[in-house]
Design a binder for this molecule. Sequence first.
Ligand SMILES: Nc1ncnc2c1ncn2[C@@H]1O[C@H](COP(=O)(O)OP(=O)(O)OP(=O)(O)O)[C@@H](O)[C@H]1O
Ligand SMILES: [Mg+2]
Length: 238
Amino acid sequence: MIEIKNLTISFDGKSVLENIDLNIQKNRITTIVGQSGCGKSVLMKAIEGIIKPDTGTILIDGIDIFSLNKKELITVRKKMAMLFQGSALLDSLNVYQNVALPLIEHSSLSEDQVKEMVSEKLELVGLSGVLDKMSSELSGGMKKRVALARAIILKPDYIIYDEPTTGLDPIIAQEIIKLILKLQSSYKLTSIIVTHDMDCINKVKGNIIMIRDKKIIFDGIYDDFKNASDSFVKKFLK
Ligand SMILES: Nc1ncnc2c1ncn2[C@@H]1O[C@H](COP(=O)(O)OP(=O)(O)OP(=O)(O)O)[C@@H](O)[C@H]1O
Ligand SMILES: [Mg+2]
């Protein structure tokens, strides 16, 4: 579980998030919504330990991530995978090398073991036979799949998707959503999805958290979100 307590984050004296209290439940999908610039990515970066808050704590499985030294933080981060909006593949590497990278950096597996794991994950995301393709040669949807395969290769407990369907055509976007749901049921994952995509929210039906004006204005299950009386939530749902 991720427990966020009294979190305030500001840049240059201007706060983006103020006194946020939030629990993200284990083995579920939580969707984070809110207008552009409301602080969704900042919140995700804080959970990753990349951005330090002014005040407050973030506990991941009971561990206060801002009390850790660098080495300890790396250990916690290994439990967490991040799927960045632009996929963040390395253009100078091919598909195999991109997916294998975390294993090469963080494990001492043999080359054969790495190959086997990479093939298995690429198969899982529906991408076989493209090992040698350079990432610059891939379509947006394929890049997302490769990034997904890379994200799960270290068997994370948590996976954070920042706008996983943005910029994809509707059919590919639906496939990516299906894949997120498949990964969720195949592994014991705790998934966090940052999205504007109503179709994604409707298909995932997980817990929903909405940020507005530096605060959490909704935190609950999908059905309650759909029936919420808050005028801003209603406007968002239209
Ligand atoms: N490193 C930074 N330095 C200064 N300001 C920042 C930094 N990162 C984010 N901000 C500011 O914090 C606010 C929230 O940004 P954030 O990226 O979290 O928005 P978002 O909700 O993810 O928006 P979007 O939906 O467009 O991705 C913005 O005003 C942004 O300019
Ligand atoms: Mg963002």
